[in-house]
Design a protein around this ligand. Sequence first.
Ligand code: SDX
Length: 420
Amino acid sequence: MSDTAKLIYKGAEYELPLIYGTEGDDAIDIRNLRNQSGLITFDPGLGNTGSCQSEVTFIDGEKGILRYRGISLDALEHHPNFVEVALMLIFGELPSKAQYERFSTSLTNNANLDEDMKHHFAGFPRSAPPMAVLSAMISTLSCFHPEFLELEDATQVERVAARLISKVRTLAAYAYRRSLGLPYNYPDPSLPYVSNFLHMMFSEPYRQYSIDDEVLAALNMVLILHADHEQNCSTSTVRMVGSSGANLFASCAAGVSALWGPLHGGANMAVIEMLEAIHNGNMTTEEYVALAKDKDSPVRLMGFGHRVYRNFDPRATILREVSEKLLERMGRKDPLLSIARKLEEIALKDSYFIERKLYPNVDFYSGIILRAIGIPTNMFTVIFAIGRLPGWIAHWYEQKRQVYTGNKQSAYTVRTKRGW
Ligand code: SDX
């Protein structure tokens, strides 16, 4: 197999080194292209550009494959534990019992915010967009934890990761409670990660939130499916900011701002707004699809299409099942789910979407699940950010668009075989 690619330009030949990925795309190394030939490359969407070799996540858009550290989503679906997936993404392999317990203890011990941070929440108008509050408050954490602005080793990384992953729940819940003028709920150290978040969101002074196992499993799965996705807009932002030497809080705060966009993480909110517009009779599903196809209309079928997947987004397939199972077990019907299924049915038969390989993505069904749990639409992208945080932290050590050099597909090793 040749180690170089040949470029001919203005009669001159240039040999450019090749970089072979473990799987997926191989790359032409253009680091010396300009020096050699005076040429630069042009690729605004970075769709043809890899700016890092990464071992974190592998996506095959044609085959609808998504693997975290070599482990595919369907393997993780049978072991729905967001904290374990977070550790695996950040540190490269499934955690030992000792590491998992150490990290879990750190999550529990670091869930509280410095009481002075409440003054910052009080300064926001109640109508403040939760993503604005989240980005500002993650950045504010750097003021209260200066010891983490310079990180020396993996131990410190584990400590700051636990602090940030733990506190992001508290920040999100406080933003939600503040927006409704409700009292804050302190984290309950007896509750595991996701249960504690639901408690902080929905408990009242007179009534502890009752944790439903189905809701817990569904939210764990939502967070796991959002945990990483290679070099997407927000992850690339975190890496770009981190590449300047900026600390993890500042880098992730920038990631929250990038995720906010309706073409990216904001799409889950836009999907529900689209479904509600149809449900409220503003237009029929057929009319909406026609509008989404109209070149002169800015309307898009939100939750459809993807920069990489030219087939089903494997996360959408799982979330569709999770949404149906959750609603059924809760004995609830959501008219928006029926509308979503009808939109999907129409679009998947329509040549416009078929020719452009536009399929449901992760955002198409996630909102149905979050609605069923009682999370308001304006908090959907915040939930996406909580899920994506471990991926941002993992990538914070690597740089931009990638040539995948990580694990080939590997099996999920059950805990008993990891010395638990
Ligand atoms: C996420 O990158 C990631 O990994 C992101 C993410 C993650 O986990 O981080 O997966 C999460 O952001 C999912 C995507 C959420 N966004 C939406 O659901 C918004 C709706 N989708 C589109 O805006 C769009 O599909 C994108 C932005 C997601 C992807 O756009 P592409 O691949 O760059 O496609 P394009 O904009 O070049 O469009 C190609 C054609 C165009 O038509 P033509 O000019 O060829 O005639 O497809 C059309 C587009 O108009 N098109 C759509 C469409 N998406 C693309 N037409 C109608 N509805 C849509 N949703």
